[in-house]
Design a binder for this molecule. Structure first.
Ligand code: FRU
Length: 495
């Protein structure tokens, strides 16, 4: 195999990455050094810093020939770019260094576990595809693939499991049992995707333990990027199902993200699922990964892109693919709550606040505009009568806007990016059923140059979407059909 692929990628990203000015990038969302980004990988805390790797093709803004890109941060918002760490330069990963995770080892090394994607043509002309789990050890900058790779081969899986769909290991150290565990996704011809659990004393010799849960062909045809952890006394499994049928207003993205709440029996290694829901109700959210921060917070970050809309890229863009803002997860009253990491607050500047503003028809508020904004809007009915609709428009000028509309009679929130700079017939609207009733709703909008994340009712639900509206469109307006009262608090985010 080609041995200088990594050196080549590092040289290329340095030359061409530096040609991208900060103004061409999102203000506070992660983007690739140059070229293509998909899943977050190896999200971990190591040697006093947060490390975030990502599925990366430096050479083009299209998904191909996956490497691992690398970023580090002390505050989860401001990320420094480091050189790429892995290239597809071994026989077992010749078709891509695919997704995986990382842990800090007690001996001071940083361990990466990833999927080697191997493709070769056999003598009879057929194509052999095999996914295996592999390791790399490093010091936070340079990483060496383990010479004994792969460490988990599909032969270890229950009979009937596919060797072509076996990937995305999420690794952790179990302090109580003093061993490593990893979950990965797998598939048989009949189950529509499953999450399998492995155990190891040294991260090199692995045994298959159990199948944690599976789609049973009800929730998609394959489950990608599993994550499994305990949160405030509840066990949480997160998966990214492919080709999933919509359920009510949930799971409309084709490729979705589901969270499964339940209880895990640590002796039997079985998971009793109680509920399954969409983790994000917007248009662009996939393949999330979480870490446990030193202060005990469970923090999640996701690829802020619908895989199915990946071809609708703006002309001339030199990078493509973003991450969401990292989110703190918690369980409150049985519900999974997501809020932007608290570190974001230190970048809030220029506060503008309005209280008890009566709104009927359209309203603009002096000082409320911008494309790098953290804005919270609390809405309630004015007097007895319920308003019919309340809309916030952002990234707005004479031609463009992105709208978030609440219909209190049906408790539905609608996101609309039909006029948000896309020159393709992409999916532009999404609706979510909001659990609160009676016309009261609180929306926190994180607006960046190329995205909006809407946190509803203190993080009970989130809608995330990308947009490519010209940057000069920085207006924000409020509209009501009927009358409502609003409180607005708006900050610029300056990082
Ligand atoms: C999810 C995914 C993973 C895979 C990676 C390849 O987006 O398909 O299952 O490891 O992307 O880039």
């Amino acid at each position: 195999m080609e041995k200088n692929l990594l050196a080549q990628a590092r040289k290329y990203e340095k030359t061409y990455g530096e040609q991208i000015s900060p103004e061409e990038r999102p203000v506070y969302h992660v983007s690739p050094t140059v070229g293509w980004l998909n899943d977050p990988n190896g999200f971990s805390f190591y040697n006093g810093k947060y490390h975030l790797f990502y599925q990366y093709n430096p050479y083009s803004t299209r998904w191909s020939s996956l490497h691992w890109g690398h970023l580090v941060s002390e505050d989860l918002i401001h990320w420094d770019r480091l050189p790429a760490v892995m290239a597809p330069d071994e026989e077992y990963d010749n078709a891509g260094v695919w997704s995986g995770s990382a842990v800090a080892l007690p001996d001071g090394r940083h361990l990466l576990m990833y999927t080697g994607m191997h493709v070769s043509q056999l003598e009879d002309g057929s194509v052999d595809i095999q996914q295996t789990q592999c390791l790399a050890y490093g010091d936070g900058v340079d990483y060496e693939k383990y010479e004994g790779n792969p460490v988990i081969r599909p032969e270890i899986l229950p009979e009937g499991s596919s060797k072509e769909d076996f990937r995305d290991p999420k690794l952790w150290w179990d302090e109580e049992e003093q061993c490593f565990y990893a979950v990965a996704c797998s598939r048989t011809a009949h189950d529509g995707g499953a999450v399998v659990l492995f155990r190891s004393a040294d991260a090199v010799q692995w045994e298959y333990v159990s199948t944690i849960d599976k789609s049973d062909n009800k929730h998609g045809t394959m489950w990608e990027c599993p994550d499994f952890f305990s949160l405030d006394g509840t066990d949480v499994l997160i998966v990214s199902p492919m080709e999933m049928l919509a359920e009510g207003l949930e799971f409309h993205n084709g490729q979705n993200v589901a969270f499964l709440l339940g209880s895990y029996d640590k002796k039997q290694h079985t998971f009793h699922r109680k509920e399954i829901h969409a983790l994000d109700h917007g248009l662009d959210f996939y393949a999330p990964q979480s870490l446990l921060a030193p202060d005990g917070r469970r923090i999640l970050i996701a690829w802020m892109q619908s895989p199915e809309n990946q071809h609708s890229q703006p002309h001339g863009i030199k990078w493509f693919g973003q991450m969401t803002v990292p989110r703190e997860l918690s369980i409150k009253k049985g519900k999974l709550i997501q809020t932007p990491v608290r570190e974001l607050k230190q970048f809030r500047k220029n506060p503008v606040a309005y209280q008890n503003i009566y709104i009927r028809e359209r309203l603009r508020l002096p000082g409320v505009s911008g494309r790098s904004v953290d804005m919270t809007v609390a809405v309630r009915p004015a007097g007895g009568a319920l308003y019919q609709k309340f809309t916030i428009k952002v990234a707005k000028d004479a031609d463009c806007y992105t709208a978030v509309t609440y219909d209190p009679n049906n408790s539905v929130l609608r996101f609309d990016r039909s006029h948000s700079g896309f020159r393709y017939d992409i999916v532009a609207t999404r609706k979510a059923h909001i659990r609160y009733q009676k016309g009261k709703i609180k929306l926190r909008l994180l607006i960046d140059r190329f995205s909006v994340e809407v946190f509803v009712n203190d993080g009970e639900q989130v809608l995330t979407a990308t947009l490519y509206t010209p940057q000069s469109a920085d207006g924000i307006s409020f509209e009501a059909t009927g009358s409502a009262i609003i409180d607005v608090k708006k900050y610029d985010l300056v990082v």
